[in-house]
Design a protein around this ligand. Structure first.
Ligand code: SDX
Length: 432
């Protein structure tokens, strides 16, 4: 990383504090302020981290103005077209596309860790049948640490790798078990002869009474959605994973924390919120009214699936998913899917509206993904679970990258204090 200096001066002082400008391999330079408090006795103030780099990373690069997304330097468009989710998971974890034998070994490892301890299956009995599957997944994935005392030494790289494999392997099994609990159906065990996406579809859709024939198009569409959702730089849930991991917490607890952050409707919960929004809008004749609501400062309504902290252009993933929507709906479900028609109508009207143009609000990854999930027979309540399955690959990769760096420290931000000045305790009987 090359570096040059910036100088910070304060009115009334002729002291110029040198701050290193550190350049990465791509994207904006960073101002290294690690010595700022010591040198100047001030903090920086950046709630929401709009201008703050929380770490250095080599995993994913995003250029929000140009709509660029690359995993380890590979453009998402090429990975979507030519790769598979397990190959992308290997790329994110290890930094390189695997050779044939490496991919085969990695796929075998992931496949052979898909079962969960039978005791974990009893955890689901404690939930009401209508518990939200994200609540069940978060509870159960956090409990995995109770079963792996043999590999929770996070200082041991091999333990970190085994835990990362287990998490990528078991998330679909836990997700499918949550789905089956919602349906009151028995759990379907993973099968080692199926692909990662095919196994999940089978665990969700098969029943003991009849087998489930996996549609290759559904399998390919789900695998593609997993590629597109696998990682996205320092988003809220990945930052949560890193912060939780920085204190030395075990990776299972960290993924539960990351998934908890992802669940929010401003983040990964948006895909479920988009479908609920489209159902609320109901018909193209209502689109104008809802766009007006989204623009009204006094109305809390927002166009879910629109806008992004980083992308001030089309989210490249949204473009790819929209194309897959056409293919899946034409072949798998009803070609004139009313919700898809409505989504395209809403997109067309919103992206040509001055309010959205001025604020650079375009469809994001969550806008169309739910329409495909529904076409695959996956209910809204499972949409964020799908997101969490895919993002586990990114979460564990960032967690490993952080812990591989011997310089890493516990994350502990400071604050701008605006509370009461010092004051003495007033005994109860003296309070008015
Ligand atoms: C994901 O960070 C990531 O990388 C996330 C993600 C990933 O892969 O990990 O890409 C996945 O989370 C995608 C985002 C999914 N969320 C939604 O679709 C929810 C709807 N969108 C928003 O709530 C919002 O756009 C955010 C949360 C995505 C971004 O919020 P910011 O960056 O804090 O922007 P903001 O809320 O300050 O909005 C800027 C302006 C505001 O108007 P002003 O106060 O400047 O007048 O744009 C307006 C907002 O009111 N605005 C919207 C809007 N999103 C922003 N107005 C209407 N509809 C919207 N969707």
């Amino acid at each position: 990383m090359s570096s040059k200096n910036a100088f910070l001066t304060f009115e009334g002082s002729d002291k110029a504090i040198p701050l290193n400008i550190v350049s990465g391999s791509d994207g904006p330079d960073t101002l290294d302020i690690t010595s700022l408090y010591k040198e100047a006795g001030v903090f920086t103030y950046d709630p929401g981290f709009l201008s703050t780099a929380s770490c250095n990373s080599s995993i994913t690069y995003i250029d929000g103005d140009k709509g660029i997304l690359r995993y380890r330097g590979y453009p998402i468009e090429q990975l979507a077209e030519q790769s598979s989710f397990l190959e992308v998971a290997h790329l994110l974890m290890y930094g390189e596309l695997p050779k044939k034998t490496e991919l085969n070994d990695f796929s075998n490892i992931i496949t052979r860790h898909t079962m969960i301890n039978e005791s974990l299956l009893r955890f689901f009995e404690g939930f009401h049948y209508d518990a939200h599957p994200m609540a069940m997944v978060i509870g159960v994935v956090g409990s995995l640490s109770a079963f792996y005392h043999d590999s929770t030494d996070i200082k041991n790289p091999r333990h970190r790798e085994i835990s990362a494999h287990r998490l990528i392997s078991k998330m679909p099994t836990i997700a499918a078990a949550a789905y089956k609990h919602n349906r009151g159906e028995p759990v379907i065990y993973p099968r080692n002869d199926l692909s990662y996406a095919g196994n999940l579809l089978h665990m969700m859709m098969a029943t003991p009474c009849e087998d489930y024939v996996i549609d290759p198009l559904a399998e390919k569409a789900l695998d593609l959605l997993f590629i597109l959702h696998a990682d996205h730089e320092q988003n809220a849930s990945t930052s949560t994973m890193r912060l939780a991991g920085s204190s030395g917490s075990n990776p299972f607890a960290c993924v539960a924390a990351g998934a908890s952050s992802l669940w929010g409707p401003a983040h990964g919960g948006a895909n479920e919120a988009v479908l609920n929004m489209l159902k609320e809008i109901g018909h193209a004749s209502n689109v104008e009214k809802y766009i007006a609501k989204a623009k009204d400062k006094d109305d809390p309504f927002r166009l879910m699936g629109f806008g992004h902290r980083v992308y001030k252009n089309y989210d490249p993933r949204a473009k790819i998913i929209r194309e897959v929507c056409y293919e899946v709906l034409n072949k798998l479900a009803d070609a004139n899917n009313p919700l898809f028609e409505l989504a395209m109508n809403l997109e067309e009207q919103a992206v040509s509206d001055d309010y959205f143009v001025e604020k650079n609000l375009y469809p994001n990854v969550d806008y169309y993904s739910g329409i495909i999930y529904r076409a695959l027979g996956i209910p809204e309540s499972m949409f964020t679970v799908m997101f969490a399955i895919a993002r586990t690959a990114g979460w564990v990769s960032h967690w490993m990258e952080m812990l591989d760096d011997p310089r890493h420290r516990i994350g502990r931000p400071r604050q701008l204090y605006q509370g009461a000045a010092i004051r003495d305790y007033v005994p109860l009987e003296q309070r008015a």
